[in-house]
Each structure stands twice: as C-alpha cells, then as structure tokens.
Design a protein around this ligand. Structure first.
Ligand code: SAM
Length: 333
C-alpha cells in the first residue's frame, strides 16, 4: 500500500521516529522501510504545519509503498467505526454521546500507545471561564497533561482552564503578523497558547497576557517558566479593568473570547497604539458571518475618536450546525 511518509537519513531516524510516535503520527500498522542511506517512516495522516515544526533535523515529506506490519492493532480490528477523538498531550477526549464509551476508550488505549487517559466530556464549554466537566473512562484518573505545539509546551488541567489544540494553525497565522519590536495584548490568554508562542518568537516582543480565571493564570505562569520566556506579563484580572493600565501600548490586541468579545471592545480600542490590529474572534451565523460583528468594532473605534479599516475576515473553523468561528481583523488608526 502507498502511504505518506517521512524520508530521513538513517543516522537521524531514531529521534524523528520517537517524535512521530509521541505525536501519534507514526503508523504502526505499516513496516518502516530501510533503503540505501534512508529510512521511510509511514504516517497515520498528513502532518499539520504545527506538527512539522515540532520535528527537528532534515527530512522530506513524500510517499512510498509499505507492507503491513503483522500483529499491530488497528481500530478496524476492534471497532466497527474509527472513533472521533481529540488528543491533548497524553489524554484522548471523546464526546459524551459516544455509544459504548468504555469499548471505544479501551480501543483508543490499545491502538494509541501514548494515550494514558481517556476522558469523556460531560458538559459543553461553559461558564465565564469556558471550562468543561469530564469523566475518566479509561486509564489514569486525571484531567491534567502537558501538550506540545509549535515547539512550545503547555501544562493544562482541562477541567480547570480552557484549552483546545484545534486552534494551532490559527495561532500560527497570528504569529506570522507580529514583528520583533511590537507589544501584544492577549486579553483572554487562558493557559497561554497565543502569548507564549508569540513571546518565543523574539525576546523584544512584549506580551501582556490577561485572564480572569485564577487557575488559568496559575498554569500560564507555570507555562511561562516551562518555556523559559521572560517577556510575558501574566495578569490575573478582568480584561476590561486591566486594559486601562496599558492604554495606547498594544500593536496587536487578541480577543479570543467568542460569544462575549463584544463586551470588551471599548477596552480593546483603548489598548491600541496608532495603527494597531485587533484580532476579534466570534461565533456567527452562516447568513451574517462578518457584517454585524464588524459594525460593533467600527462603532467602538468611532466612539473613541479613532478611525478603523478592515484588514481581513475569515472562517477559522465550524462551531455548530450553521454557526462558524470567525476571526475579523481591524486596524485602528
Ligand atoms: N486564548 C486562550 C486559548 O486560546 O486557549 C483562552 C481562550 S478561552 C476561549 C477564553 C478565556 O477568557 C478563558 O480562559 C476565560 O477564563 C477568560 N475570560 C473570561 N472572561 C474574562 C474577563 N472578563 N477578563 C479576562 N479573561 C476572561
């Protein structure tokens, strides 16, 4: 069978094999090929850009013929359907409406050897702090883990603070817009996935990271240390109040609180230095993806005596039937 794979020099193959295994990208159902000076490591799926950045050394993404590895368990051997789950560190998350959750969790643990705990979500993302409740279905009795993304590490307790790996590509898109001497205000920083990745880009970037959830800020501070970043100011407090202390300083304002970000627009504009960009996230209906939200941003700028211009508007991901998670970027002049 022909599969996507990574071609690497044999002498550099072992660290790459281990890294792929850790990210659940190494397809254990196919046998690794050794040909000349190279190894061909079969992949479970096409790696995302964020995953490729986690891989050190020289390698090439290509395709090759592989033979089946005998004795390796696959989901098809254990279940009728391949299960949907999300990986955060060594925890697999399944939804609460999965039928036979114990059977699915058992299969995940058998096939994905790196998974140590399977959690079923018992609530949607809820409350001011955007957290979820979980039930341990299999493995170790815990809701905390360390997740790796774009060369950064995040310690998280999923019941105590918000985190999703699904925004990894979006975070890297924002990162690309920020240059070395700029100041960034992350108004709803959570455990720090935007703030820390941005801070790691350059020591000369100043990051003001605010969150109201004391647990999220505890993890944010821990993650600042874990990633050896010295340019993140982790602030526990209400973004509307804290923003007043940094008026006119930010070149970028990140507003990742979909549903409620509109309540913080006056504070966001106040944070803006001349020509700053607001990155505004929202959940919007299919038939009004950007217009109503854009109007709110423009009104807030006008109220503060500033002019504004639209830089970009895009769908980030789908959220629910007919509802999308969007990002609107506006320059406040
Ligand atoms: N940006 C982070 C991320 O991508 O993982 C977290 C995003 S989460 C959707 C929104 C965050 O806003 C939560 O961590 C929540 O605690 C925080 N929050 C809610 N209300 C807030 C407020 N009034 N001031 C500051 N932070 C707030």
């Amino acid at each position: 069978m022909k599969k996507s794979c990574i071609k690497v020099l044999k002498r550099e193959g072992e660290p790459l094999r281990r890294a792929l295994l850790e990210m659940d990208l190494l397809d254990n159902s196919a046998r690794i090929i050794s040909e000349g000076e190279h190894l061909y490591l079969p992949l479970t799926e096409e790696p995302q850009e964020s995953q490729l950045m986690n891989l050190a050394g020289e390698f090439e993404l290509t395709e090759h013929e592989f033979e089946e590895q005998k004795g390796q368990l696959r989901f098809e051997d254990l279940l009728d359907d391949i299960p949907h789950f999300e990986l955060v560190g060594d925890i697999a998350l399944i939804e609460d409406d999965v039928s036979e959750p114990e059977k699915v969790a058992d299969a995940i643990m058998k096939v994905k050897k790196n998974v140590k705990t399977v959690l079923a979500a018992m609530s949607p993302v809820e409350g001011e702090f955007r957290t979820r409740r979980f039930k341990v279905v299999a493995g170790e009795d815990r809701t905390s883990t360390t997740h790796k993304e774009y060369g950064c590490k995040y310690y998280i307790d999923l019941e105590r603070a918000y985190f999703t790996p699904r925004l990894a590509t979006e975070r890297s898109r924002i990162l690309a817009q920020i240059s070395a001497d700029q100041t960034v205000a992350d108004m709803f920083a959570g455990v720090g996935p935007y703030s820390i990745m941005i801070a790691k880009k350059s020591q000369d970037i100043r990051v003001i990271a605010i969150d109201k959830n004391p647990d999220a800020v505890e993890f944010l501070r821990r993650n600042v240390e874990l990633n050896s970043t010295s340019n993140v100011e982790a602030i526990e407090g209400d973004a509307n109040l804290e923003a007043q202390k940094f008026a006119g300083l930010a070149d970028h304002v990140i507003m990742n609180l979909p549903h409620n970000a509109n309540e913080f627009l006056d504070a966001a504009v106040k944070l803006c230095a001349p020509n700053a960009t607001i990155h505004y996230y929202d959940i919007t209906p299919e038939d009004d993806l950007f217009d109503s939200s854009l109007k709110l941003i423009e009104e807030a700028a006008k109220k503060a005596g500033r002019t504004s211009e639209l830089v970009d508007s895009r769908v980030v991901r789908s959220y629910a039937p007919h509802q999308l998670n969007v990002c609107i970027e506006v320059r406040v002049i």
